[in-house]
Design a protein around this ligand. Structure first.
Ligand SMILES: Nc1ncnc2c1ncn2[C@@H]1O[C@H](COP(=O)(O)OP(=O)(O)OP(=O)(O)O)[C@@H](O)[C@H]1O
Length: 371
């Protein structure tokens, strides 16, 4: 997967920018607050996922403007494709000039992996970040997943409203069953897909961790469901177990007025030599775990779609020590990389590429380096 050219208009502080990227390393550099992360965020939106900064659509339109428009030319396999996205209240997208039903349908057409300082704290930050990591990764390789996730969240919100209303209208209790059945059917798909994804990710991640840690400790991880279910089971089996588990926890949910169990509360346990990396791991070990997961994500996408995703590194270099920095860059040489940083110090380590200096949302200079 390679981006040729991208044009961005009225996206955050970027009024108008058009960049032709090279197929190796592209370094976007400049002082703080100039629009480097905004650029990465715009590229990321073409994966069909939401902003990796958790921004709502209207927040991404340039202040005082009505809409943001982005256009991208990219190669998927041998085929050149164009994608267009508009944020005008909400997002709309088209590929090769054919409108998509939903911008989420971009998932799987353009693939990227993003790595930002928030990811470095993935292990410390608790289950929500880990769920977001796994969900965005799966969306890249399973285009239907995002729709299941949206359906699950919709049913979950309805169930939560019902649980609240039940406190005032106890007769509503009888309708809970319908929502539990629906919730169980979506939850089973999410749980099974997430658990299977982690199993597929594991060999790549453990191998990478061995490389980074020079075989000092062994990485392992597993999906922790908040509901009682057998992750090895089939989706119908899990659905039945999830429904029964929801039933057994109904009283607690009714008392608290919220759904306390389900994929929205699940976690990923990350272990080093069998012990929790969150509780016992040093900062360096935790970061090595995250690097391993991110590099494994690239490998798994390659295994699934037959080519590497575009790698987006937002300001992570300054957060890593020399050992981990070198490891990361050495393992990203054969794919398109877009990386932001404040200075040009990394040009030397990256071999061949292009540098783009950004100021106030504009490219003020660009140059080739290396090669
Ligand atoms: N909707 C918006 N409209 C206009 N400007 C915006 C909008 N949203 C954010 N900005 C501006 O974008 C700038 C931040 O850009 P960005 O996060 O890309 O910085 P950066 O170059 O990555 O900086 P750093 O190196 O500090 O991370 C800020 O000046 C902010 O005010």
């Amino acid at each position: 997967m390679k981006i040729n050219r991208i044009k961005i208009c009225d996206f955050r502080n970027i009024q108008e920018m058009e960049i032709s990227l090279c197929e190796n390393a592209n370094i976007i550099y400049g002082e703080n607050g100039q629009g480097k992360t905004n650029f990465i965020e715009a590229v990321w939106l073409f994966t069909g996922a939401k902003s990796f900064r958790g921004a709502k659509d209207p927040q991404m339109v340039r202040f005082g403007q009505e809409k943001a428009v982005m256009e991208m030319e990219f190669f998927s396999g041998e085929r050149e494709q164009t994608a267009r996205m508009e944020i005008n209240g909400k997002k709309t997208a088209s590929v090769n000039e054919i409108p998509l039903k939903s911008p989420a349908d971009l998932a799987g057409r353009f693939c990227a992996v993003v790595f930002s300082p928030t990811h470095l704290n993935l292990i410390k930050n608790g289950p929500q970040e880990k769920r977001r990591f796994i969900d965005t990764s799966i969306c890249q390789i399973k285009s239907k997943y995002i729709h299941i996730l949206n359906q699950y969240n919709r049913v979950l919100n309805q169930r939560n409203s019902l649980l609240k209303d039940m406190r005032f209208v106890p007769a509503l209790y009888d309708t809970l069953d319908i929502w539990d059945e629906r919730l169980a059917s979506y939850a089973a798909v999410l749980i099974k897909t997430r658990a299977t994804f982690l199993q597929r990710l594991k060999p790549f991640a453990t191998e990478t961790y061995k490389g980074i840690s020079r075989e000092k400790e062994a990485l392992d991880f597993m999906y922790l469901s908040s509901l009682d279910c057998d992750l090895e089971g089939s989706i119908p089996e899990i659905e039945k177990q999830v429904y029964e588990s929801l039933l057994s926890k109904r009283e607690e949910d009714s008392k608290t007025g919220i759904s306390n169990y389900g994929p929205h509360r699940d976690d990923i346990e990350i272990l080093l030599d069998g012990k929790s990396a969150r509780i016992y791991g040093s900062q360096g070990q935790q970061r090595s775990c995250v690097l391993s997961l991110k590099l494994a994500e690239c490998q798994l996408i390659k295994e699934t779609i037959g080519e590497y995703p575009v790698v987006l590194l937002d300001d992570v270099m300054s957060e890593l020590d020399a050992l981990r920095r070198d490891y990361l860059l050495n393992h990203l040489r054969d794919r398109q990389l877009i990386m932001t940083c404040c200075d040009k110090a990394y040009f030397k380590t990256l071999g061949k590429g292009m540098g783009f200096k950004i100021k106030e949302g504009k490219v003020i200079s660009s140059r080739k380096y290396g090669g």
